[in-house]
Ligand binder design. Structure first.
Ligand code: AMP
Length: 477
């Protein structure tokens, strides 16, 4: 499909798309829209940034347009579940934007952090589309503000993140309230086993679609690592901000506390910076995000969860002030830059304690990220060496993976015995797409037609069965 006109979408939707200046469907849209229009269930392996919101929103709106029904009181015809307030807000905005020429079309947002009463009122006459985080939705159900037995289409977005955030039981409860005769669209960036199980329980004969967003995105991101002492990170960030030609900078920290500390350090050095994270009120977060979007704020500090779903074009730099302990989060983070056709730069600070995280990240993305060593008092041989694979391809691509768990203490290499010392500035990408055959992760779960279940043609390692992060942690309601 090379044009949105090819899908047979209703005229008001096409008009809105033209106004949005969407000309060509993205790969996830090209694959997903026709299947959803047929009424089939879909399991989509795709991340935010690939255009997946429109991939489900457009055919859903088309369904609502062609099958006009008055929603019953306190019910919704389409339910979209998403893990965070920000992402939910963006999804609702997308429905509003693409559905702006459709009347009537009631779209309600049910997220925590804002008074519930307005949402109760909003649902009282019934709505076409309800976008919700699981916790607040269950609150509304318990208050009898909404019943879910009229849901014709269910969308579960960012399923893997739902798992990370401890929402899986809530999801199961919600799904149990839905009627069996429905269409289900299930999206996840990765397919750990738990997610596959959930999908199996929720979907009927799903069509599988997979896109490799970062083939167009991650490949365009210039990735760098700066090895540093932990205590030097605040100054290093200031130095980076002074020396890099930055436009909009998104700085990631692992914790909320860390985010606030970075803000204070930057403000002391004269940089205007603000943080968004779960401790901030919804209003504060929206204001900060709006300032970041409209360019008033150039430096935004965020935690992974707060940043999930942030959709801001023109982020020139992502700085990983702390490396994430989940390799997939690294990809999510750096995917915030290089959007909308732009190139981006991702700079990661890695202190001694984070070497293992770096190793895991490099294993997953199968790239050795060029590094600069700014640590003090470190023996040169303990530097993570550059990995230059021979151009003749004779190096075995799977060595790093085969050596997993035996990598020794120097970390950061991820290539097992395949090390050479090399200069910086060489980004090793030759080893892409070579690894599927020898991939030890077991059967692929999510990809269609031989598509890799991963990123940029790079297969993810299967995540362990149990959530590794934020177990029991829930997004603020
Ligand atoms: P998403 O993956 O849904 O978060 O979308 C990422 C960004 O791409 C959003 O800013 C969308 O507005 C934009 N977008 C989605 N589809 C298209 C398209 N076909 N053409 C241009 N921009 C798009």
């Amino acid at each position: 499909m090379t044009s949105f006109n090819d899908f047979g979408l209703a005229e008001p939707i096409l008009r809105a798309l033209a106004e949005e200046k969407y000309v060509t469907p993205t790969p996830i849209q090209a694959q997903t829209i026709p299947i959803v229009l047929q009424g089939r269930d879909v399991i989509g392996i795709a991340q935010t940034g690939t255009g997946k919101t429109a991939a489900f929103a457009l055919p859903i709106l088309n369904h609502l347009f062609t099958k006009r029904l008055r929603p019953e009181r306190r019910s919704c015809r389409v339910l979209v579940l998403s893990p965070t307030r920000e992402l939910s807000g963006q999804i609702a905005d997308s429905f509003r934007a693409y559905g702006r020429h459709m009347r009537p079309l009631a779209i309600e947002l049910a997220i925590g952090g804002v008074p519930i009463n307005r949402q109760v009122r909003g649902l009282s006459h019934g709505v076409e589309v309800l976008v919700a985080t699981p916790g607040r939705l269950l609150d509304l159900v318990h208050q009898r503000a909404v019943t879910l037995n009229q849901v014709e289409i269910l969308v579960l977005d960012e399923a893997d993140r739902m798992l990370d955030m401890g929402f899986i039981n809530d999801i199961r409860k919600i799904v149990a309230m839905l009627r069996k005769q429905r269409q289900t669209l299930f999206f996840s960036a990765t397919m750990p086993q738990e997610i596959t199980k959930l999908a199996d329980a929720m979907l009927t004969d799903p069509a599988r679609v997979a896109v490799t967003p970062q083939a167009s995105t991650v490949d365009r991101i210039e990735q760098r690592v700066i090895l540093t002492d932990k205590s030097a990170k605040p100054n290093l960030l200031v130095e980076v901000l002074k020396t890099e030609k930055t436009d909009r900078v998104l700085v990631f920290t692992r914790t909320k506390h860390g985010a606030d500390k970075v803000v204070r350090a930057l403000q002391k050095s004269g940089f205007g910076a603000e943080a968004i994270h779960g401790n901030k009120s919804q209003n504060q977060r929206e204001r900060v995000l709006a300032d970041f979007r409209n360019g008033k704020l150039r430096i935004l500090i965020a935690t992974d969860i707060a940043a999930r779903g942030i959709d801001v074009d023109g982020v020139s730099h992502v700085v990983n002030y702390d490396l994430p302990n989940i390799p997939e989060s690294y990809v999510h983070r750096i995917g915030r830059t290089a959007r909308a056709g732009a190139d981006g730069i991702a700079i990661s600070f890695c202190d001694h304690e984070e070497m293992a995280y770096l190793r895991d990240i490099q294993r997953m993305i199968r790239i050795t990220i060029p590094s600069t060593d700014k640590r003090t008092g470190v023996r040169p041989e303990s530097r993570p060496a550059e990995h230059h694979r021979a151009a003749n391809g004779q190096n075995r691509p799977d060595r790093g993976r085969q050596q997993r768990g035996h990598g020794g203490g120097n970390g950061g290499n991820g290539n097992g015995g395949n090390r050479h010392n090399g200069g910086n500035g060489h980004q090793n990408r030759q080893n892409r797409n070579e690894h599927h055959a020898g991939n030890p992760q077991g059967p692929r779960t999510g990809a269609a037609q031989g598509e890799p279940n991963g990123i940029g043609g790079v297969t993810f390692l299967q995540r362990p069965n149990e959530p590794r992060r934020n177990v029991g942690h829930r997004a603020p309601r």
